[in-house]
Design a protein around this ligand. Structure first.
Ligand code: NAP
Length: 273
């Protein structure tokens, strides 16, 4: 029997403790919503802990316990799962957080912990969209060159420096928190956290006379308005594609993740209350 099939066989044999313990790997709107729904529905019958990388200095409040900071790779996460007595893990990390996704898959397999990934669907592309799809930030810099001089950058602060190679452009940059440096001679920094509205995005892009939007293909409702606004204003969008996520059991919505947790941890069984 292969190591993989031993692990699979053990999955269903693992007893669930009382109250069961769930770890949500977060840093996203969905992670916060999942923690909120489960805490509201099950209260003390379920221990919910959310883990965040700790990238933002002032994270939003979250239901249940919060753990901030990395685990120390897949091995560190595996040790944590065993030590904290975690029964199940839901990976709600951002579609571009591929290291954490891989670590979660490896660690849960190693410790026979039940595992689900919430894979946020891609944004729907319509016939009116003018998307220039690229593989990474370097590809986005190259693609931008002929597309205009007033650029709306909606990427993380770690991605900004690469765009400073483009001279004589205006950069409208939106982040949650101020970056260590603003690497552009001409531009504007907006500090704001979604969700954003279509009217708000239209007004912003018109005011800043934006020629082109740059974004990761993050998906999700909270930031879709910028895509809809670019569509309406007929602006090109340089879209950094997603890589393929690990092939693991997954769902696409918070509601489906709630249902999985309830079934897997037997929260709806009569007599478990
Ligand atoms: P990443 O490259 O996949 O992960 C890098 C390291 O950060 C991981 O190896 C892990 O450190 C730690 N880490 C990541 N997510 C964690 C979590 N939920 N809890 C505890 N530790 C975590 O991730 P990233 O792209 O830097 O993103 C970091 C976090 O920001 C993620 O949680 C993600 O959901 C959120 N986020 C990312 C983006 C994006 O565009 N990448 C956008 C919005 C939100 P150890 O190896 O030490 O465990």
């Amino acid at each position: 029997m292969s190591w993989c099939s031993i692990a699979t066989a053990n999955f269903s044999d693992n007893p669930v403790r009382e109250p069961p313990r769930l770890l949500i790997l977060g840093g996203t709107t969905e992670a916060r919503e999942l923690a909120e729904h489960l805490s509201a529905r099950h209260g003390k019958r379920l221990e919910v802990m959310s883990a965040q990388a700790g990238r933002t200095r002032a994270p939003l409040a979250i239901a249940g316990k919060l753990r901030r900071g990395g685990f120390g790779g897949a091995a560190g996460l595996a040790r944590f799962l065993a030590h904290a007595g975690i029964d199940a893990v839901v990976d709600c990390t951002h579609p571009f957080a591929l290291t954490m996704k891989a670590n979660a898959q490896i660690a849960t397999m190693a410790k026979d912990v039940k595992f689900l990934a919430l894979h946020r669907p891609d944004w729907p592309r319509s016939a009116q969209d003018d998307w220039i799809e690229v593989d990474d930030v370097a590809g986005a810099v190259v693609a931008l060159a002929p597309l205009g001089t007033r650029i709306f950058l909606t990427l993380g602060q770690r991605d900004l420096d690469a765009f400073a190679a483009l001279k004589s452009r205006f950069f409208l940059v939106r982040l949650i928190e101020p970056p260590a440096t603003f690497p552009f001679a001409e531009g504007e920094l907006l500090l704001n956290r979604g969700p954003f509205t279509l009217d708000g995005e239209l007004a912003l892009m018109r005011r800043a006379r934006i020629d082109v939007l740059v974004t990761k293909a993050s998906g999700g409702a909270a930031t879709f308005a910028k895509i809809a606004a670019a569509r309406q204003l007929r602006l090109p969008v340089v879209m950094i594609r997603r890589r393929q996520p690990p092939d693991v059991p997954s769902v696409e919505s918070v509601a489906a993740a709630v249902a999985w947790v309830e079934t897997t941890l037997r929260l709806l069984d009569p007599g478990i209350a």
